[in-house]
Design a protein around this ligand. Structure first.
Ligand SMILES: Nc1ncnc2c1ncn2[C@@H]1O[C@H](COP(=O)(O)OP(=O)(O)OP(=O)(O)O)[C@@H](O)[C@H]1O
Ligand SMILES: [Mg+2]
Length: 270
């Protein structure tokens, strides 16, 4: 029997019961005749931050790419933000990509443009050609400043992006992703270029976005302790197959070790 949920309880528990924003079943991805992912299952629910772990070449980036139609799904099903990746119409792909905020290892900002303008580019899907020619609307500017404030660098709004540190640039990239009003955020090794302290603070910010704003985050990481500290669940890949999928509190140490053992990386030595 389950205990009744107190009405005073935070609603993150309820959010986790909600429909997943990412739902992948038995997913295969292949480049030509080369299979990269086989039989992968993955759920990411509102409020959650899920870590994607695995040795180099295990398929983390490919899985992320498949969720936005940048890698070919050859079997199974994948639903993201209500879109069925295996049955997309042309117009849907653009809509899907505007509903998915992406954060990358190398930040992917435009270096000579101001921090504010970089954040505003997140609203481009919403802006239309006239707005582009005439600049961004004051509503979007206000919103961009709010997000910059949220990620703690509003005071840098006028500086060119290239003048910021790595940690600050990644915060700009997160503000840009928020500017899209995403339903889910995919972050592929977002802290791999940052020192450990900055890495922790950027992941903490993402966790807060997941729990407070209810925008779930799927984040690939190559440092296990960061996943254990900041994420709710871990999905671990080895040679394109799912070896681990469990809440952080119920992880099997042997299986985790298996993610990084010799066999797990042998694909790189062929
Ligand atoms: N465009 C592509 N065409 C053919 N093979 C590819 C392509 N992209 C990736 N692969 C192959 O798919 C496998 C998984 O690569 P992927 O980049 O997804 O790994 P990863 O887990 O993200 O590794 P890393 O930790 O180094 O970023 C590798 O064997 C890689 O060579
Ligand atoms: Mg990768």
């Amino acid at each position: 029997m389950t205990a009744p949920v107190s009405s005073a309880a935070p609603d993150t528990g309820q959010m986790r019961q909600a429909l997943p924003l990412v739902s992948v079943r038995n997913l295969d991805v292949a480049y030509g005749a080369q299979p990269v992912l086989s039989g992968v299952d993955l759920d990411v629910r509102p409020g959650e931050m899920v870590a994607l772990l695995g040795a180099s070449g295990s398929g983390k980036s490919t899985l992320m790419k498949s969720l936005t139609g940048f890698a070919p799904v050859t079997g199974g099903t994948a639903r993201v933000a209500g879109y069925d990746l295996t049955n997309l119409r042309r117009g849907d792909l653009r809509k899907l990509r505007s509903d998915v905020g992406q954060v990358f290892q190398q930040f992917n900002l435009i270096p000579r443009l101001s921090v504010l303008t970089n954040v505003l580019t997140g609203a481009l899907h919403d802006a239309g050609p006239l707005n582009l020619a005439g600049g961004f609307s004051s509503r979007h500017r206000r919103q961009a400043m709010e997000y910059l404030d949220r990620v703690g660098i509003a005071h840098k709004a006028k500086e060119p992006a290239r003048a910021l540190s790595g940690g600050q640039q990644q915060r700009v990239a997160i503000a840009r992703a928020l500017m899209q009003q995403p339903r889910v955020i995919l972050a592929d090794e977002p802290v791999a270029s940052l020192d450990p302290k900055l890495a922790g603070s950027v992941l903490q910010l993402m966790r807060e976005i997941a729990t407070r704003d209810g925008i779930p985050v799927l984040v690939s990481l190559h440092v296990l302790p960061l996943a254990l500290e900041h994420c709710d669940r871990v999905v671990g890949l080895r040679q394109g197959r799912m070896l681990v999928s469990a809440p952080v509190s119920r992880l099997d140490a042997d299986k985790l070790a298996g993610l990084y053992d010799e066999e797990g990386t042998s694909r790189d030595h062929h």
